[in-house]
Design a protein around this ligand. Structure first.
Ligand SMILES: O=c1[nH]cnc2c1ncn2[C@@H]1O[C@H](CO)[C@@H](O)[C@H]1O
Length: 535
């Protein structure tokens, strides 16, 4: 009896040692001194997670037959918002948002409201809309100059509608045929064109190739609205303000400069430097507003990762690289990096652009500026495909961070390099799942990165298309789908989102101090709520 106890004790000691050494690389393992409040808050979260796995996630929902924590976001969303865990996470300070495409950041109902305010906004379709074709015909939007305003008093659903003729957006909405739902039917039609719904992600478009066709089309539809200067100004403001409300204190969005111009208030095209100037103005405005509300410290600011789409030619890329440098010279505090965006599996890999991209550092030197590459790479299911191999090129070209890096876990050597060179990964859990790289959060490779000690910032990517506004939903999915990850690990990722941002050293320190103060308040709130059961 006692001999076997000793054997068991020895076994348990060995077991603990093995577990400890396996987890030694994790960032939450590294945290030297946790306060008593942090430890208690972490325990409370774990307890609520375990309780809700057995209660909320174990119920039968008529519309959701097989719910589970970490399940497909578009189906599980309505359950997620009912959980205590979600309510708590809405209050968590998230640090910076390091991976989001600007034109995919604002709730589409807000965008539609903004569009309806402007008489310049027109809409057209290649054929008159009917109950037969409404599911497949997409709206095309454009801001027109006053002299081209349409006098069309009849809408897109009239049998006499002239294909591809512009209709003022308000007319199109008001005249939307009752059989197609009237004005609300118009709103639903536009909303469907700008978002991905569960029947698409998990039904009609259930492969990464198919869902990218739908995904890409949402940006084409939205582009006609978001390129209009008066809309973009309010859009950016809404993005900042809603981010702040979700506990995000800094944003570093990618802006797609592919079009080379935006549409000014009078409906004429102007160079895209105007967009950067607007971005600058809105930062100042939001800072001032926050100050007036006595919440000055909650918004550190925003910077732009200059991007273009990986279907341009090498010649065109040279133009964008030069444009990026020119904008950096004019707005040194705003241009934070350079990237190429778009579907990696289908478009040009980094190696296709190697010659120009390799020249970029020299071009910067001559211009006296510093613009790091912050590349998308490895957003793919491939194993040795060109998209997967973008990871080698991103690293060789000195990327500061890796956008997505979904296939990074297939490459132990590259993971080692990420650790050595301190390359953080911008992980977008919900985006990866909706774009069909993983069937649920439970099979997402994030734990492999975390268990290897790689720095990670959680990001939302395109929340207007996916419905994961802010960062709370992505934090929720990560927390719900791993027993190992608790509040401390979430806090480490939030801190890393500041540490691996492109903020200057002093701004970074300021942001980290702000975060630490917010975190202290947050863990106190969790403990208080946990003890009183008042979540
Ligand atoms: O997850 C992503 N990976 C790569 N490109 C993306 C992703 N999300 C959006 N875009 C791209 O960004 C542009 C809009 O700003 C679009 O070209 C869209 O395809």
């Amino acid at each position: 009896m006692s001999a076997s106890t000793t054997q068991l004790e020895q076994y348990n000691t060995k077991r603990e040692e093995l577990i400890k050494s396996d987890r030694a690389l994790r960032r939450d393992h590294e945290v030297a001194s946790l306060s008593a409040v942090e430890i208690e808050a972490d325990q409370i979260i774990r307890k609520i997670r375990a309780e809700e796995a057995n209660s909320i996630w174990n119920l039968d929902y008529p519309s959701i037959p097989h719910p589970f924590p970490g399940m497909e976001f578009l189906t599980g969303r309505e359950i997620i918002v009912k959980t205590k865990l979600f309510k708590i996470l809405t209050k968590m300070p998230k640090g910076g948002l390091l991976h989001a495409h600007l034109d995919g950041t604002v709730n589409v109902s807000v965008l539609l409201r903004l569009a309806l305010k402007h008489r310049a906004i027109h809409v057209r379709t290649p054929e008159s809309l009917t109950t037969q074709n409404i599911k497949t015909v997409l709206p095309q939007f454009c801001a027109l100059p006053e002299k081209e305003f349409s006098k069309n008093a009849l809408g897109l659903t009239e049998t006499t509608y002239q294909p591809d003729s512009w209709v003022p957006i308000q007319v199109a909405r008001e005249q939307f045929h009752p059989e197609l739902g009237g004005p609300e039917g118009f709103d639903r039609w536009v909303t469907k064109a700008l978002t991905i719904d569960p029947s698409e992600a998990y039904g009609t478009h259930n492969t990464s190739t198919k869902i990218w066709l739908k995904f890409g089309s949402t940006f084409l539809v939205g582009g006609g609205l978001v390129r209009y200067a008066p809309i973009i100004e309010e859009y950016i403001k809404e993005f900042f303000l809603t981010s702040i409300e979700d506990g995000i204190s800094y944003v570093e969005p990618r802006i797609n400069f592919m079009y080379k111009d935006i549409i000014a208030a009078d409906g004429t095209p102007v160079p895209q430097r105007e967009l950067v100037a607007i971005f600058d103005r809105v930062i100042a405005e939001v800072k001032e507003e926050m100050k007036q509300r006595g919440r000055e410290g909650e918004f550190i600011g925003a910077r732009i990762i200059y991007s273009t789409v990986r279907f341009c030619t090498n010649e065109e890329l040279e133009w964008y690289l030069n444009d990026c440098i020119a904008l950096k010279k004019e707005f040194p505090h705003l241009i934070a990096g350079f990237d190429l965006v778009g579907h990696e599996d289908a478009l040009h890999p980094l190696i296709y652009y190697a010659e120009s991209l390799l020249r970029f550092p020299q071009m910067q030197k001559e211009a006296g500026v510093d613009i790091p590459f912050i590349f998308h790479a490895g957003e793919t299911l491939g194993d040795g495909t060109v998209a997967d191999m973008n990871l080698y090129d991103a690293i060789l070209m000195g990327t500061k961070r890796i956008g997505h890096g979904f296939s990074l876990v297939k490459h132990p050597k590259l993971m080692e390099i990420c650790k050595e060179r301190d390359i953080a990964v911008e992980v977008c859990p919900i985006s990866n799942e909706i774009l069909r790289l993983t069937s649920s959060m439970c099979t997402h490779p994030l734990p492999v990165l975390l268990n290897n000690g790689i720095h990670v910032a959680l990001c939302s990517d395109d929340p207007s298309v996916f419905g994961n506004m802010g960062l709370t939903f992505d934090y929720f999915q990560v927390l719900a789908a791993s027993e190992l990850t608790g509040l401390i690990q979430l806090g480490e990722m939030a801190k890393d989102s500041i540490k691996y941002s492109t903020l200057e050293t002093s701004a970074k320190e300021e942001a980290l101090e702000l975060w630490q103060r917010q975190w202290q308040k947050f863990v106190e709130y969790v403990v208080e709520a946990g003890r009183s059961g008042s979540v």
